[in-house]
Structure formats: structure tokens, C-alpha cells
Design a protein around this ligand. Structure first.
Ligand SMILES: [Zn+2]
Length: 222
């Protein structure tokens, strides 16, 4: 035996790894042919090496799959963000549209007492002819076009007084007045335009009034 077993055994790992020089390989081959101990050790190292390679392959496959999954996840996240962004833009546009567009740009207020109404009477949003005893006052006012309509409730005595101060009108005056500002008032207006029994119509320069028999007075801006 030309070489010591220790020297050969030191070389075995790089021999299995195929990282050994041609001349060293020759030496190992020669030695192994004659030394059973080193041959057995070589076989063991080869088996271990194979196992390690298997684990390494598994690991690499795992890493590859993980990378693929992450890639897919990334695409989904980006797509979701894009979708969310679009929805946000559309949502904001819709909200902006409703906030700035005409028919929605109005103020609707329910008032309990005449005192609360005074400020709006001064602003011309509620007719000044409304008596101080009026109740259930509510009005709707469109900021942009200065359109207004509303209603309040008066006693029979106050209704008579109001009528004396107003100019008599007909249902045609109501029909000629501006469109009401929301669905409910529009419904009321179209009902009143059919001149139901007991309803009387009056007007002044700004409003057409419809007096209902139960004491409710509806007014619509001209
Ligand atoms: Zn040996």
C-alpha cells in the first residue's frame, strides 16, 4: 500500500464530490482496490452523499414552489390593490357627483317653532307671511338656484288672515310654479295639481300657496 489510509480517507469527500484532481483520483482508485476499510468508508460516504443530494433537490423544489406561490400572491395583491383603487375612484366620483350635482344640492330642515324659523324667514327661504303660531314647519331649499318650497300648519283663524293678505290664485299658478325639490314634495305637488276637493290656491310675488282643509299650507317657489 503506497499511501497511508488517513491520507486517502481525507481525499474521499472530494472524490465523491468529483472535485478531485485526475492524479489524486488515480491514487484513491489504486488504494481502494487493495484496502477494504477505505472501500467500505467510500461506499458509506457515497450513500450519505446521495441522501444529501436528495434533500438538496427537495429543498430547491420547495424554494422554487414557494417563490412561485409568492409571485402568484404578489400578482393577486397587486390586482386587488388596482381593483380597490378603481373602486375608490368610482366611489369618490359618485359621491362627488351627488355632492355637487344639481338636484341634490339642497338643504332640508324640519323646525319645531316659529323662533327657529325666523332666521330662514329673514333669508327669504320661508314666506314672511307665515303666522307666529305656525307649527310643523319644514322647508327645503336649493342653494344654487334659490329654489324653495315647504309646508307649515296653521289654525283656521290664521289661515283666514293669510288668505286676506294674499292674492287669490288657481291651480294653474301652482302648475306654472317651479318643480318641487324632492320626491315627497313632488308627489304632494302633483296631487295638488289635480285640484283635490277643499284645496284653495293663493300667491304672492315669490310663492304659490295651497291651503289644505286640515290647516296645512304648502308653498312652492315661483
Ligand atoms: Zn486504506
Amino acid at each position: 500500500m503506497i499511501y497511508d489510509c488517513d491520507v486517502i480517507q481525507d481525499l474521499l469527500p472530494i472524490y465523491v464530490d468529483d472535485a478531485i484532481s485526475e492524479s489524486s483520483r488515480k491514487l484513491v482508485d489504486e488504494h481502494i482496490n487493495e484496502c477494504e476499510e477505505c472501500r467500505e468508508l467510500l461506499e458509506m460516504i457515497k450513500v450519505e452523499h446521495k441522501k444529501e443530494a436528495g434533500v438538496k433537490r427537495q429543498y430547491e423544489t420547495h424554494v422554487k414552489n414557494y417563490a412561485k406561490r409568492m409571485q402568484r400572491r404578489k400578482r393577486i395583491i397587486i390586482a386587488s390593490l388596482v381593483a380597490l383603487f378603481c373602486v375608490g375612484i368610482i366611489g369618490a366620483s359618485v359621491i362627488t357627483y351627488f355632492a355637487v350635482s344639481d338636484p341634490f344640492d339642497y338643504l332640508a330642515i324640519d323646525l319645531g317653532t316659529y323662533e327657529e324659523a325666523e332666521e330662514f324667514i329673514e333669508q327669504g327661504k320661508i314666506p314672511a307671511i307665515m303666522p307666529k303660531t305656525a307649527e310643523h314647519i319644514s322647508f327645503i331649499y336649493q342653494l344654487k338656484h334659490n329654489k324653495k318650497n315647504g309646508k307649515f300648519h296653521v289654525t283656521a283663524k290664521d289661515a283666514r288672515k293669510m288668505k286676506e293678505e294674499l292674492e287669490p290664485a288657481t291651480v294653474d299658478h301652482l302648475r306654472a310654479s317651479g318643480e318641487a325639490l324632492d320626491g315627497i314634495y313632488n308627489q304632494v305637488k302633483s296631487t295638488l295639481e289635480d285640484s283635490p276637493e277643499g284645496v284653495t290656491y293663493y300667491q304672492d310675488t315669490d310663492f304659490v300657496y295651497a291651503f289644505i282643509t286640515d290647516g296645512t299650507v304648502y308653498y312652492f317657489g315661483k
